[in-house]
Design a binder for this molecule. Structure first.
Ligand code: IMP
Ligand code: MG
Length: 181
């Protein structure tokens, strides 16, 4: 099928995604028991993960959205953080949970976390769907990781390559020929 033609292989299937997201949501429920965290979706890549995660949480939450970019439209990090959309919520004194799609070099979250901490929240935690620890350029350890993966370029379940493939229902490895041409 057209949408799937550039997928080398499925890395994480739909059932495995759902099971893991549910388990991590339960861990977050325990962490935030008795509190009302502000759960922040980092657009656009986290949108599918975020939607599944919050629907599996039992804790009363509030949500907000932020769009940052350090990648442009290619597959290589530029190391610069650009805020394309900021939060609308005042996070001073709030428990903030950042929901990210993937941590690669770590540059994006390293800068984003520092920026949010400067606004004096009560706490900042990071939950990421995917982590590629081999690629890290700065110290950045998320509190919660759904899947640790090898250094391969992945698409689907929100993740894109040049804005495409976000609606694939699984996490797949992109064929090398797509980004090497
Ligand atoms: P970092 O600043 O290098 O950690 O980059 C994190 C961002 O890079 C993510 O939010 C993604 O937008 C993008 N990214 C890194 N690796 C991949 C990948 O394998 N597939 C799709 N996007 C990726
Ligand atoms: Mg992203």
């Amino acid at each position: 099928m057209e949408l799937h033609k550039d997928v080398e292989r499925i890395m994480i299937g739909e059932e495995e995604l759902q099971a893991r997201v549910k388990a991590v949501a339960a861990q977050l429920d325990r962490l935030y028991e008795g509190r009302r965290p502000l759960v922040v979706c980092i657009l656009k890549g986290s949108v599918i993960f975020f939607s599944d995660l919050i629907r599996n949480m039992q804790t009363p939450i509030e949500i907000d959205f932020m769009a940052v970019s350090s990648y442009g439209s290619g597959s290589k990090s530029t190391g610069n953080l650009k805020i394309n959309k900021d939060l609308t919520t005042d996070i001073a004194g709030r428990d903030v949970l950042i929901v990210e799609d993937i941590i690669d070099s770590g540059n994006t979250l390293y800068k984003l976390k520092a920026l949010l901490i400067a606004r004096a929240p009560a706490s900042v935690n990071i939950v990421t769907l995917l982590d590629k620890p081999e690629r890290r350029e700065v110290p950045m350890e998320p509190e919660y990781t759904c899947f640790t993966i090898e250094d391969e370029f992945v698409i689907g379940y929100g993740l894109d390559y040049a804005e495409e493939y976000r609606n694939l229902p699984y996490v797949g490895v992109l064929k090398r020929e797509v980004y090497e041409n």
